[in-house]
Design a protein around this ligand. Sequence first.
Ligand code: FAD
Length: 180
Amino acid sequence: MAEIRPQARIALIDALEIGQGTSGRNAGFLIDVPHNVDGGQPDAEYERQLFALNNLAIGQLRSLKERYRIDCGWHDAGKYMSAHEEGNLARLECFADALKAAGFEYEVVEGQALSRRLGTSYYKAAVYTPGNVLVKPGGPGSRSGRCATGIRHAVHGEPGSGLRLRASPYPEVPGRHLAR
Ligand SMILES: Cc1cc2nc3c(=O)[nH]c(=O)nc-3n(C[C@H](O)[C@H](O)[C@H](O)COP(=O)(O)OP(=O)(O)OC[C@H]3O[C@@H](n4cnc5c(N)ncnc54)[C@H](O)[C@@H]3O)c2cc1C
């Protein structure tokens, strides 16, 4: 919204503090390839469409991060889908088969070579895909990120409660908070 309407005053209303919910506390993987390993019949065309969508989102975040210098610990790390238990090695093979069918880049890494890369001998095999990005999950939605993109009001309050205004606790966000 801030991109499309740079002059707009935008209010974010959430029952939690911004960054306190799942999006601010998740594992921080911006995945490119879908990572289902349920052994179901792979649908290569569907996987390619999801890949394109995921890459569109990663590209948009990359451009926002660079344009506004958002500190989110961006790391083009790729991703290891790893297995320790024998039973999961077969699922890993299914995953590799699905990647191959869809034409995605991947590498199977096993044994000593895998230990050297991961720094642990716990996992027996892994499938590495290079396009995943790791970020600090709170980073892209952080206060600096919101300020940079022109969002001026951060407000929150509990759903369905009687709301009243109080001053923003964030000096760099000159808005007001809604609270009980
Ligand atoms: C442990 C864990 C790890 C994860 N790791 C990853 C990962 O590495 N990569 C990845 O892509 N995804 C990951 N996910 C999934 C990802 O975090 C969610 O898909 C994503 O947060 C969903 O975003 P959302 O905006 O739809 O919902 P949410 O992030 O849940 O946001 C919904 C917001 O709505 C607010 N809200 C709800 N009801 C009301 C109301 N009535 N009034 C006011 N506010 C309300 C909530 O407070 C919340 O802040 C992970 C999830 C979990 C649980």
